[in-house]
Design a protein around this ligand. Structure first.
Ligand code: HEM
Length: 185
């Protein structure tokens, strides 16, 4: 019989928690940097952090999807009611999709608008989309609505993780936690 694991592999856990921390920072900064009651300096600093960290997140999600495709997780199944199983799958697929849509739409919004992405500019990476106000406006709208959707899905995901970790204690949370530990069997 195949030897199934009780934990995700270390690279999967590292990618998960690094991205979780960065995304949890990106969401409030994304809304706050548009708040005109804050000083120009603070908003500019937040814009620079948001654009460059978001670009890093685009690279990380592509790396994560490739890693998962090359190393599909082989985990011991945990019995769950069918509806919970379905909700978990739908949330995970939605999160993966939004983790691609958010940085892509942000990138297009900024580049099509003709604005800098400081880290890429320093590395000499040119804009990969043409300058276009219509495209920038469209990407801005996608970024805004996908932003609301990711807030909802992150809330569901964190709620479910807390339920499994603190109430059911069924081993689902400890598949992804702690970050550093052996890939236990
Ligand atoms: C996972 C990655 C990302 C998350 C979770 C995220 C989240 C958000 C959120 C919640 C907002 C406020 C809602 C809105 O007005 O759109 C926002 C705004 C914004 N984000 Fe992102 N973002 C991400 C990646 C990026 C990237 C890669 C860029 C650009 C390189 C970017 C550029 C912007 C800009 C320019 C705005 C202001 C939109 C406007 O022009 O009004 N974002 N982001």
């Amino acid at each position: 019989m195949e030897d199934l694991a009780t934990k995700y592999k270390l690279p999967a856990r590292l990618l998960h928690w690094t991205m979780a921390l960065l995304v949890l920072g990106m969401i409030p900064v994304g809304f706050l940097m548009l708040n005109e009651t804050l000083s120009r300096e603070i908003r500019n600093t937040m814009f620079i952090a948001h654009k460059n960290t978001g670009t890093l997140l685009l690279i990380l999600i592509v790396a994560r999807l490739i890693y998962r495709w090359l190393n599909p997780p082989k985990l011991k199944p945990v019995e769950l009611p069918a509806l919970q199983e379905f909700a978990a799958r739908a949330t995970h697929v939605g999160l993966y999709a939004l983790l691609l849509i958010m940085p892509l739409s942000g990138y297009i919004r900024v580049r099509a608008g003709g604005f800098p992405i400081e880290a890429l500019d320093a590395l000499g990476v040119p804009a990969l989309v043409p300058r276009s106000d219509a495209l920038a406006e469209f990407a801005k709208m996608v970024h805004l609505y996908a932003g609301y959707a990711i807030v909802a899905l992150v809330a569901m995901h964190v709620g479910a993780a807390a339920f499994h970790g603190l109430v059911r204690r069924d081993g689902i949370f400890s598949r992804m936690w702690p970050v550093f530990s052996k890939d236990a069997r």
